[in-house]
Design a protein around this ligand. Structure first.
Ligand code: FNR
Length: 377
């Protein structure tokens, strides 16, 4: 199919992926209200058009944690990305690096840290979940450090997994059925060939590396399901702060008080996020949560935002509302599933073009020049 806009990749991915896998990516928690509002609330923010501003020179570059980003965009951590395309994490990381932006490897990746980090020529970011198995967390942090990771994204909005009813409709209901369907995906001849896993027991990413043995997908998901830790509080994070010398970003902040607590804790950044509407349905969209958080902590740490960002205009809106940069989740996953590394590269190019048009017609010459003043609120 012809791809002319970032949104086209969703349909292309729908055509290519086994249906339940597409719905696993596309769906959200409960009635999916937050999922829908995430997208709609960005769209509802009106840009203020300005003309005749001499926009010959325009820069999209931004500095974040001692890194230069060619665009104010980071690929978000997405679990099991290697199921959506062959060695998917490596393909996405290469596409991001080729466009001068960071890629974040998920704790629950198919490709391990040691495979992805050396495949690119810029430091990879690494995301860690809070898990009961603190030995795994420590091991993952040590391996990430060893592999040259500087920036750690610590995801805190999954002390317990949210219910995703769409998965029930697509056949993925409850942990056992979920495992069965996932394993089916791996063993479905065409799909398994496509992702290069061929249905054999295989090494699955960071968990296999920790357990020191090949881990089938069933063991892996079972291990994960028993490992979410609802007892977590700020004081449990201190050992990570002490251990990690690089920037530490707390992902999953929706409340201004939590953002202030992140500052007191000593975080270098936060991601304003509702996990793409996949956790607690009914919470605020990121677009609505961001202004109060920016008001509370702007300048004290870096503010990233994700959830519902689908095109370059949304990036401009998010920065105008107070973010320093955005993370893309589903937008890049659809492009990866549909077109691999080239698809993700093209997606980033489309985002860039849209940002350039938006900045030209609002009079913003740089990322720092994208301000609240550009919005007709
Ligand atoms: C995610 N997300 C996520 N976040 C995280 O910290 N670790 C993870 O392993 C995952 N896994 C994951 C899988 C899938 C299929 C999706 C869609 C999302 C959340 C992700 O990082 C990000 O917060 C959201 O995707 C942002 O919302 P959008 O851009 O997808 O609307």
């Amino acid at each position: 199919m012809i791809i002319s806009s970032p949104g086209d990749y969703r349909e292309a991915a729908r055509r290519k992926l086994p249906p339940f896998l597409f719905h696993y990516i596309d769906g959200g928690a409960y009635a999916e209200q937050t999922l829908r509002r995430n997208v709609e609330d960005w769209q509802a923010i009106a840009l203020r058009q300005r003309v005749l501003q001499d926009m010959t020179s325009l820069s999209l570059e931004t500095r974040l944690f001692d890194e230069t980003l060619r665009l104010p965009i980071i690929l978000a951590p997405v679990g099991l990305t290697g199921m959506y395309a062959r060695r998917g994490e490596v393909q996405a990381a290469k596409a991001a690096a080729s466009r001068g932006v960071p890629f974040t490897l998920s704790t629950v990746s198919v490709c391990p840290i040691e495979e992805v980090a050396p495949a690119i020529d810029r430091p990879m970011w690494f995301q860690l979940y809070v898990l009961r198995d603190r030995g795994f967390m420590r091991n993952a942090l040590e391996r990430a450090k060893e592999a040259g990771v500087k920036t750690l994204v610590f995801t805190v909005d999954m002390p317990t997994p949210g219910a995703r009813y769409r998965d029930a409709h697509s056949g993925m209901s409850g942990p056992n059925a979920e495992i069965r369907r996932m394993v089916q995906a791996m063993t479905h001849p065409a799909w398994a060939w496509d992702v290069g896993l061929n249905g054999r027991p295989h090494d699955l990413g960071n968990v296999s590396a920790y357990l020191g043995k090949p881990t089938g997908l069933a063991d892996y998901i079972g291990w994960l399901a028993n490992n979410f830790d609802p007892s977590i509080s700020w004081k449990d994070l201190q050992w990570i702060r002490d251990f990690w010398d690089g920037p530490m970003i707390i992902k999953g902040i929706l409340d201004a008080q939590d953002a202030r607590d992140a500052v007191s804790f000593g975080a270098d950044g936060i991601v304003v996020s509702n996990h793409g509407g996949r956790q607690l349905d009914g919470v605020l969209s990121s677009a609505r949560a961001l202004p109060a958080i920016a008001e509370a902590v702007k300048g004290d740490l870096k503010i990233l935002v994700d959830s519902g960002i689908r095109n370059g205009l949304d990036v401009v809106r998010a920065i105008a509302l107070g973010a320093d940069a955005v993370m893309l989740g589903r937008a890049f996953v659809y492009a990866l599933a549909a077109g691999g590394e080239a698809g993700v590269g093209n997606l980033l190019d489309l985002f860039e073009k849209e940002m350039r048009v938006a900045m030209t017609l609002t009079g913003a010459k740089s990322v720092a020049g994208i301000t609240r003043n550009m919005l007709a609120l």
